[in-house]
Each structure stands twice: as C-alpha cells, then as structure tokens.
Design a protein around this ligand. Structure first.
Ligand code: SF4
Length: 411
C-alpha cells in the first residue's frame, strides 16, 4: 500500500490551531512548563502554584505560547484570531479628590489652580465638538472623589448623555466611586446603583482595584476600599444586571504571589456572579506622584502579566492591553501572549498621562486597525458589551479615521 505523501500530524489533529501546534513542538515532554500546557488543553483550572511557576520561568516565548493557546481555547467560536476594540471617549469630569493614593498624579485639592469640576453642559458640548462622535460606542467615565460630584450630578449627566448620544454605551464609575457616592449620600451601594442604572449607567469600568493585597493597599492607598469590598460591589452590580471589568495596577511593590492572589480573587468572584467582561493588567507610572519608581515593571513582566492573567482567569471572556499604559508596541506583542482586546481609540485619556505615560492622547481608527493587522490578527470593532459592530478584515478600509480632537480646555 502506498504511503501518503503527507502524514497526518498527531499534534495538529489534537490542536486545530497553529499556536497549540507550536507549543506542542516547543514544550517537549521535558519542558518545565509542559504540565501547564497539558492543563490548558484539557481545560483544567490552574492553581496558584501553577501560576507562580509560570511567573518564575524566564522562557518568555514559551509563556507567551501558553497564553496564546489559552486565549484560543477560550475564544468564542469564530473569534480565535480576533482582536477587539471600541471607538471610545474618556470623560473625567473632575480631578478634585479627597483620597490619598500615592500613585496618583491626576488628583488635585479643591483649592489647586489646576483643579476642575465640569458642568454637565460642558461634558455634552465637548462631545458634540468631537467630530467622530457619530461613530462612538462607549463613554468611559471616571473621576476623583469629590462631594460635588454626587449622585444627583452623575444621574443628571448619564441622562443627558443618553439623550444626546443614545447610540453610545455608558461605562462609568469605579467601585471606589460607587462606595464614595453611597457614603456621602448616606445610602446603600444598591440604592446608589439603582439610581445610576435608572439614569442610564450600563457597565462599570475596572478601576479602583489596584492590587488587592492588604499589605500593599496599606502602603499605597490606605483610604481606599479593600479588595473584598471592591469585589462585593462588582458582585452586587452583576446581580443588578450590570456588566463590569477588572484591573490590576502592578508596579506598586507587590510580589508575584500578590499578583496571582489578586487574579484568583477575581476568578472566585466571577465564579459567583459571572458579570466580568475583561481583565486589564496595568503598570504604574511615577511622575508627579509618591509611588516608588524602583518598582517599575519591565517589558518582561508586562508580557508575563498578560499571559499569566489569561491562564489564571479561565472564566474571564477577555484580557485587555490598555495601550495607553502598556505602550502600543508591548500591547501589540501582547496579542500573541493571550490578549484579545486593545481597549480602543481612548479619546482622550488624562489619568495615565498626568503620571507620565508617553503614549498618544488617542489613536485614530486607522492607527488601531493597522496595529492589530500588523500582528496578524483581525480587528473587530465592538461596543462596551463585545457585540460586533464591524469586522475590519482585509476588505474593510480604515477610512473612518476621525482626527483626534484634543480637548482645548485640558491643553
Ligand atoms: S487614584 Fe482615584 S481615588 Fe486615588 S487619589 Fe487618584 S483620583 Fe483619587
């Protein structure tokens, strides 16, 4: 009998996508990371010890392949090669904050000449002035903890946004802000969320999580809600029908163990209430704040955070590279380390820029689509809930490309 010219390869039969085949080739039976590859393929949950063993490996390409395999194993069918992004616009209506986070360069005291608190009409007018507003899909709204930015203020803002821009999703207020507003109003988190939801709130961002470790929080944000409280508020939001997101701000002197514990706490919360859409690993910046720059993350660590979070958070649909923090280049490489989302156009970010990030104030659609395509991925434009707006495959031209309109009031 004639031998077939091409023998079916057992590895490709077992793993119907290339990164698993590459991992099979690279992670031979003797490779120290091989057991985690086997677990990912078998869809078994990784333990804290597993995650730490991956963290402590210096075989970065093998770690990236593990993250990439996990991303493809967990992707929605048909989206194994997709990278999601949203045409979004950031609104930071006040930089006045009563809190004392050492890593924050955004906050100002009420008497500072640089303090601001925007009337709602200014928020609306600025968006009207942004020439790409007709194709926006998401408002990302976070600000300082300021008594005048109270429940009535945000309720009125959300109503005004829904009325003026009904095609744009409202993702607003971190768990720390929800807690602050509830406290100044003397009501419960549930009552606070109910008013905000009735006014148009649709999702929560992931901020305020920082690192859940009580040791680190006592050093860098002693007045902020605890990690448990942060998770409780997100759990409540999920039960009330909101989708939410989660961050981890690394570079505060936390250990790899504390990072993994942060991820496992999120995984446990997701097991209970299931409303998280994405996890966003962030790195700290150190200009004009009191955080210790000796803890600054390296490119290796940022890429490890992408891969390890994709591996640990097996119940999170998406891992996001927030290119504003990570830089466009590390974010792009991250697309092969388990990341499947690059956030979006981010018109126009202030908080990380206040602390020294050198990235642009916003990317055009053309730039984002180019960044994703150059990584060999298919850009998929989404709304805040990962509904597909448009698949930017080779036939789709990035002609949309609205110019980035910077806020004159800020500059
Ligand atoms: S990080 Fe947020 S809560 Fe902390 S000081 Fe800055 S604005 Fe305030």
């Amino acid at each position: 009998m004639m031998r077939p010219l091409i023998q079916p390869a057992s590895a490709t039969d077992a793993f119907p996508f290339s990164s698993a085949f590459e991992a099979e080739m690279m992670l031979g039976k003797q490779h120290p990371l091989r057991p985690y590859f086997e677990k990912v393929i078998a869809k078994e949950r990784l333990t804290q010890d597993d995650a730490l063993a991956i963290y402590h490996s210096t075989d970065l390409l093998a770690i990236g392949l593990l993250g990439d395999v996990a991303r493809k194993v967990r992707a929605t069918q048909g989206h194994e090669n997709s990278v999601w992004w949203v045409h979004n616009y950031h609104i930071n209506p006040t930089n006045i904050c009563e809190d004392t986070c050492t890593f924050c360069s955004f906050k100002k005291g009420e008497q500072s000449p640089h303090a601001y608190f925007w009337p709602i009409q200014k928020v609306i007018d600025d968006i009207h002035a942004y020439e790409g507003n007709e194709t926006l899909r998401e408002f990302h709204i976070v600000a300082g903890h300021y008594k005048k930015a109270n429940l009535a203020y945000y309720a009125e803002m959300f109503k005004a946004l829904r009325k003026a821009f009904p095609w744009v999703n409202i993702k607003g207020l971190t768990a720390a802000e929800i807690d602050y507003i509830a406290k100044i109003e003397g009501i419960t988190w549930e009552e606070t969320l109910k008013v905000l939801i009735d006014s148009g709130l649709q999702a929560l961002p992931g901020g305020g999580a920082e690192v859940f470790s009580p040791r680190v929080r006592a050093l860098v944000c002693p007045d902020k809600i605890s990690g448990e409280t942060w998770c409780d508020i997100h759990g409540l939001a999920h039960k009330m029908g909101l989708k939410t997101n989660a961050t981890m701000l690394a570079g505060l002197g936390e250990t790899p163990e504390e990072r993994v514990q942060h991820m496992i706490a999120l995984r446990e919360q997701q097991d209970k209430t299931g409303g998280f859409l994405s996890f966003i690993p962030l790195n700290c910046y150190y200009e004009k704040n009191k955080a210790d720059a000796q803890h600054a993350l390296t490119g290796f660590e940022n890429l490890k955070n992408f891969a390890v979070s994709r591996l640990v958070l097996d119940n999170f649909p998406h891992i996001k590279a927030f290119w504003i923090h990570m830089g466009e280049k590390i974010s792009q490489v991250g697309l092969h380390f388990g990341v499947d989302d690059v956030d979006g156009t981010v018109i126009q970010e202030k908080i990380a820029h206040a602390a020294g990030t050198q990235t642009a104030q916003g990317l055009t659609v053309r730039q984002l689509v180019h960044l994703i395509r150059q990584a060999g991925k298919t850009p998929v434009e989404r709304d805040a809930f990962y509904n597909v707006v448009k698949v930017w495959d080779e036939t789709a031209q990035a002609e949309l490309a609205p110019a980035v309109v910077l806020n004159k009031a800020y500059h």
